[in-house]
Every structure is written in C-alpha cells, then in structure tokens.
Design a protein around this ligand. Structure first.
Ligand code: IVH
Length: 668
C-alpha cells in the first residue's frame, strides 16, 4: 500500500467508525456489534502506525487517550462563561417572565431543558472539526482539556453533514452516569480506598486528570445545550440544537418548546418526577427565551444572561436513623459534631455521615440517638440533617448532649462569647491539634515540604520525634530513614524540603503559623501593609482594624495569638532557622501609593498589557482591583470589546472611564 492508498483507507475507516460512534453514543441505536467495531478500530490503528504522516488528532483512535501526562494550558474564553440566575418557586419564574416581557415588549416562546449536574465545557469547532475544549475555569479563562475531551465518545470530533457554520462554539455539560460512578466506587471500596463524593465532582476531577487513558476508562458523557456563533442556521435556539443533533452532538430529547408559563410549569412538574429515571444527575430545569434575536435584545447582566433562568429542584430529602454522634477536633481546637447515620441513598450517592456544625444546631433539631431524621443533599457536598421525626421517638431514646470535655485529651471545652463553636483550649497537649498544626505548616499552601504529609507527621508524632513545629527542624537523617516505609532517599528529600523553607516568602510563613482566621488572603494583606513580623506582632487592635479587609474578628485573633509567650518563642526559633519574617525587598520595589484607596474595575481586552498585569499594577500602587461596578468604584479601566452592561452601568453611576494609556499616565 502506498501513502495515497493508505490515506484513502484511513479516511474510509475513520468515517465509518465515527458514524458507528454516533449511532451508539448519541442515538443509542448501534448498527454493528462491539466486536466488529473493535476489529475495524484495530485495523485503523495499524494503518495509522504504519503511516504516521497521515495521522489525524481527531481520528476515532484518539478516543482511547494516551499515557503521556500533560499540564493544562490556560486559555482565555472568547465569550465569558457566565452562570444562570436561580429560581426556587413558580413565583420567581413569573417574575422572570415579567422582566423579559418588559424588555422585549412582545410575547415569546420559551425552551425548557434539563439542568445537567456536571461540569461545563466549551468546545470550539472549525471547519467541522473539534479544535479545542476548555473548562469553565473562572469564567474568563479555563484549562485546555482537549486531549481528555477527545476520549468522550458522545462528543463528535468531526461533524456530519455540511450545513454547520465554519466556526462556532458549543457549550454543554460533561457528566458521569450514575452507573459508571457506582462501579468506580465499588472498585474503590474493594481496594479499601476513600470513596468519591458524587458524580459531579468526579466528572470535574476526571476531566482534569493528567493521563487521558484513565479519562477514557472513566466513560464520561456529555449533553450539549448552547451554541454560539455568527452564521447559525436558524433564529430559534431549539431549532439550532435540532440541527446540532444532525451534526453529531448529543442533545437531550427532554428539550421542549413552551408557549406560555402554564406549559413551563407542567414541564417542571413532569420532570421533577421523571428525572429520577434518568441515567445522569440533574438538579433543575433551565428556561430560555427561544429566539436568538430576542436573546440579543435582552442581553446579559454582569453574571448571567437576562434571557434564561434555572429553576432548582428542591433538594432530595430522605429519612434515615441517627445511630450516634462523634466529635472531631481540628488543628485550631474547634470541635465539630458529626452524625453517623444508617447508610441511605440520596441524589444518586450513598450517605453515611452528616455534619451537625455546632451545639446550637443539635439543640435546635432536638436530636435523640435512634431518631428518624431527615437528611438533605443540596448543592453542597456534605449532607445536612434538616429535622427529626419526634412521632417515631421511643421514650428511651437519649437526647444528644454536646460533650463537655475534649474527646481526645479530656480537657474541659470552652465556648467564647458570641461564637458558635466549642474549643479545646489545650493547644500544646491535644494530639489532633498538635499534629494538625504541623500538617498545616508543611502543607502545599504553607511551607510545601516535599515528602512530609499527614502520614509522616503521624509517624513522627507517634515515635516522639516531633511534638511541635520546631522539632521538625531538629530531625536527623537516620531518625527519618528508620521510620516505617522510609529510606535514605525519602529522608534526604524531607531534609532538603526543610532547608528550602528558608526561601519561602514571608506571607506563606505567616499563613503556615496557623493563626485562626489568617488564611492565605489575610496573610498577604498583613504582609503587604505591615512588611515585617515585628510590626504585626506589636500592632494594636485598632491599627489592625484600620487595614482594609481586616475586621474585628481577625484583628482580635491576631492580637491574641501574639500575646502568647510560646508563640513568640516559636517565632524566635524559626527566625534562628533562617525563615523569612519580613517582606522580600524585591516585592517592595516599584511599590507606590499613587492609587491609594482607589477602586478600579478592569473590562475588555488591552493592547500592551494583559488583564493580569494591569491587576498587579493596580495593587502594586496601592489600588484595589474590584470585580463589579458600584457607587464605590472610582475608575472603569476599559479596553476593547468591553461588556455593554458594564459600560451602561458605569455611565449611569457617572464613573470615569479611562483607557489603558490614561491609566499608564496615572502611574506616569
Ligand atoms: S445554559 C449563558 N443549559 O448550569 C448560560 N446551562 O448555573 C449558558 N447547565 O454553567 C448556560 N444544564 O454548566 C444551560 N441545559 C442547560 C444546562 C446548563 C446545566 C449548567 C451550566 C451552567 C450552569 C449555570
């Protein structure tokens, strides 16, 4: 076979396989046996291996993924990926309808669709081929996950027919079917590993995996629901999606045109029941104005389109039995009660535990061990108990009393005025607090010490080798190497990691100390304002509260932490070890207060600087980059293609609009 013949054979086989794929994964009507399909795929693989010159990234063979791991490139979305505003009642849908009609001043058709509960994706097609797949990310830019998306069989790599636009974007939801999710969890359970929380998070996690072969094995699915482009065949969103179905996209057949609100409400009632029979998770209904023309007329707010709304189904509420309550002690000493339940299936996943948050919640629910309780799983991952059925309560059931002493070290618990949590005050003697503080110190966002994780900390603690943070710096190589599952190599890695902490910037050192309420952001703010530990240490409550974004709660916690002699000793020892306790001179370089106190919003695209660079410039010069326009905004820094609603709002609030050039002049 020469190259030309090979090319021909490859094209024929590819087209045939793509067609079978479509029949199987989109239409669910296969016309060939799995065996015959595999034989043809093997044949194609062989040809492609023989003639690598004619290889095609969108070949059906690419659906199996590859072992080559890949870091994802960040890509800016051509059109921001916004979310939808939510409605929880028919009343709110009526309000939506009123708002719509007020703007368009005419009647309109709505399209009702299922709201798939997965992770959103943007697919770009050019000349009928998938060229890029990007996750939502922060809405403005996301990760390029094309290689992984190619493994999803219901996403067409090449389109069918010939009446699709030359270039367009398709958006949809990537989901993991319940069946695949359950199988995965069954495997994990067998292997004694931690179980996955729900199909949504698993789908999102899978999409970001570095090995596309594993992604392929996870059998993700995708439903497409939004097409963006200039030369769409029809004005109706519904009609365009019907077309898209012909081009090879998987479009849910639950989509329906509704002429009026009564039809919308009937659709909602129907699918609130029917959805339980679907193979994938849904969490609501999306209602969209059908006409693209009217959609354009309605436009967008800063966060969402005015032409659509999501009706959220009421969270599924299931009854089960409260078996016991256990208590967990965190690194800050906060004690969290956890309900242990008779395992029950809710919203597609098995639930065994629910958080009870604090003593007030337990009291308000009037919980008794043995009670039949109602458990709800809403948008959040951790389910919550919404009530107890007192009619099913046996008189012998014991009421749940919040513990008085620490479950770990037996110290009497304290509860501060105005706070909901109980604390164990035995900071230096309570094992989970000591270990937790060390774990926090070495964590990735903290000092990021390679090879030192939860397990090793546990070992070091149990072997009496480390009872506090400073002990870590006195560890000897042989001590580490002698630990279970360790060796010379990993011991050296830890020592190198500890040595490297001397280079970690002050803001991360401050975060690592584990002061309550001083997270990454607060640590950054404190370091930027006060520059050195001595200044933070001696700052008064008033001085701290003066700082933008530092409230009373944080300020009190900082002052209290530094009033403890032991903490000052800890800092002295870490200083001796060579850790950074003042801001890096380089970071101070070029810092001015030219924009002090100014709130600036950035919108559009710019000639000479990226938005990120502009944001850094604002911050370096004492200004604040804000995300949405309000009366408090001082400038709108506008580039090309700025959103019309932002412009409108800025004009309405009389906020000065400046160009990139004018902005640079402000900084001269
Ligand atoms: S339309 C411009 N339709 O829900 C808005 N979204 O809360 C385009 N979703 O980010 C979105 N099913 O990830 C639309 N049938 C559907 C949907 C849907 C699920 C997700 C999507 C979006 C989120 C909004």
């Amino acid at each position: 076979m020469n190259q030309e013949e090979a090319q021909k054979a490859i094209t024929t086989l590819s087209t045939e396989l793509a067609e079978h794929n479509y029949n199987y994964y989109v239409l669910a009507k296969p016309t060939i046996s799995d065996f015959d399909f595999d034989m043809k795929l093997k044949e194609l693989e062989k040809l492609e291996a023989e003639f690598p010159e004619v290889a095609d990234p969108n070949s059906p063979t690419q659906r199996v993924g590859s072992d080559i791991s890949k870091d994802f490139e960040q890509v800016e979305h051509k059109h921001s990926m916004l979310s939808l505003s939510n409605a929880y009642s028919e009343g709110e849908i009526k309000d939506f309808d009123t708002r719509v009609k007020k703007i368009i001043e005419t009647d309109c058709d709505y399209v009702c669709e299922l709201k798939f509960d997965g992770t959103s994706i943007s697919l770009t097609y050019e000349n009928g081929e998938l060229i890029r797949a990007v996750t939502r990310g922060d809405g403005v830019r996301g990760d390029d996950v094309t290689t992984n998306v190619r493994t999803i069989k219901s996403i067409p790599l090449k389109l069918r027919g010939n009446d699709y636009p030359d270039s367009f974007e398709m958006r949809g939801e990537i989901v993991m079917p319940f069946k695949v999710f359950d199988e995965l969890n069954a495997e994990l359970e067998k292997a004694g590993e931690q179980l996955l929380a729900n199909p949504r998070n698993t789908a999102a996690g899978t999409l970001k995996m570095k090995n596309s072969k594993v992604v392929a094995s996870r059998k993700l699915d995708a439903y497409l629901y939004y097409i963006l482009g200039k030369d769409l065949p029809e004005d109706g969103h519904f009609e365009n999606l019907q077309k898209a179905c012909e081009w090879g996209f998987k479009i849910s057949d639950a989509m329906q045109i509704c002429k009026n609100l009564d039809e919308v409400f009937a659709y909602i009632r129907k699918w609130d029941v029917e959805r339980h029979k679907l193979p994938v998770a849904t969490d609501g209904i999306v209602i969209k104005v059908n006409s693209k023309n009217l959609q354009e007329n309605l436009g967008f707010t800063a966060k969402s389109p005015r032409w659509a709304i999501a009706y959220k189904f009421k969270a599924e509420n299931v009854a089960t039995v409260l078996k016991s309550v256990s208590y967990q002690v965190g690194r800050t000493g906060a004690v969290t009660p956890v309900a242990n339940l008779e395992p029950v299936q809710i919203a597609g996943t098995m639930v065994k535990r629910a958080s009870l948050h604090n003593a007030d919640i337990i009291n308000n629910l009037d919980l008794h061990i043995g009670d039949t309780v109602f458990v709800e799983k809403g948008g959040e991952i951790i389910p919550k108990i919404t009530g107890a059925d007192s009619t099913k309560r046996h008189p012998m059931f014991q009421s749940v009393e919040f513990i008085k002493t620490c479950p770990e070290c037996k110290t009497p618990l304290v509860r501060k005025e105005g706070e909901s949590a109980h604390y164990c005050p035995n900071e230096d003697g309570c094992p989970p607090q000591i270990k937790g503080k060390m774990e926090h110190f070495v964590s990735r966002k903290g000092m990021d010490i390679d090879g030192l994780g939860q397990e090793t900390i546990e070992l070091l603690y149990n072997e009496n080798l480390a009872k506090n943070i400073t002990d870590l710096y006195h560890l000897k190589k042989e001590q580490l190497a002698n630990l279970e599952r360790m060796g010379e190599k990993s011991a050296q890695r830890i020592l190198d990691g500890l040595e490297a902490t001397k280079q970690v910037p002050f803001e991360r050192v401050l975060f690592s100390l584990g002061i309550r309420f001083v997270g990454e952001t607060v640590a950054k703010i404190l370091v930027k304002k006060l520059h050195a530990i001595e200044k933070i240490q001696t700052a008064t409550l008033e001085e701290l509260i003066e700082i933008d974004e530092i409230g009373e709660k944080i300020a009190e916690s900082v002052v209290e932490w530094f009033s403890n002699e032991k903490h000052l000793q800890l800092i002295d020892i870490l200083k001796e070890q060579g850790l950074q306790f003042k801001i890096d001179e380089k970071q101070l370089e070029g810092q001015t207060d030219k924009l002090n106190g100014l709130n600036i919003i950035i919108s559009g695209t710019f000639e000479t600087h990226s938005r990120d660079e502009l944001k850094k410039m604002i911050e370096k010069n004492g200004g604040k980059n804000v995300g949405s326009i309000s009366k408090k905004t001082n400038y709108l820094l506008a580039g090309k293609n700025i959103g019309p609603s932002k412009l409108e709002k800025a004009n309405k609030l009389k906020i000065p609009i400046i160009s990139e050039e004018e902005f640079l002049k402000l900084l001269n």
